[in-house]
Design a protein around this ligand. Sequence first.
Ligand code: BG6
Length: 254
Amino acid sequence: ETMESVTGLADREKEVAERLQVDRVIIVPGNSDRYSWVKKELGRACIQQMKDMLQPEDIVAVAGGTTLADVAQMMTPDEKFSSVTFVPARGGLGEKVEIQSNTISSTMAVKAKGNYRLLHVPDQLSREARESLVLEPGIKELLRLIRRAGIVVHGVGAASTMAVRRGAEDDILRVLQEKEAAAEAFGYYFDRNGQIVHKEKTIGLQLDELQENQKVITVAGGASKAEAISAYMNYRPSDVLITDEGAAQAVLGD
Ligand code: BG6
């Protein structure tokens, strides 16, 4: 039996919002662990939400991942995006190019008929290299745009899944295990209480610098992400969570 027939998704949205202290929760039917079309529905809902929240001239910072890649696929042209600039939230995090934030934000911009800027930085950087790169005028300008983003859109992953996907070294895997990392977002790893237990060194959006007036949309579905979603929201509840029935049910523990 689906959840919808029991209480209705709107009630569930309120319950999840209350549980996670998120202002607004949108639940799409299904479980994206099982069916890939559910991620497309997350994408559709996310695009609608972005359109509702957008201000002219806005900068939209976009993270990477397969969920965000589906968000980009669902983008359609809209007059509202003509003055909007899409930027990647962070430098590369060692993922396949299709799911890197540069690719996703530029795809979104092209489909929306908006504008985009790319951030060209490799993901493995020594401290020295990072310190001098951020002083390069082109990169400095882009980092300024990222910091000014009115809307930030990102996914959340289970810590172990993400560490493996990004080819984390053994010593990092050990730290994540010892500190019981549960969630990953933007290259930050969190335990179930929302404490940061590890941070990958790339340049771009720094979570602890986000201001109140910057709106954060989190898109994550699938029962397998329930723990990660809860952990991340304990760090900083987003303005909007777009999720699916599978994750919602597991978050509520039923
Ligand atoms: C990205 C985030 O947007 O999505 C990552 O930067 C997150 O931090 C990842 O973990 C989730 O990926 P996926 O493929 O499960 O959507």
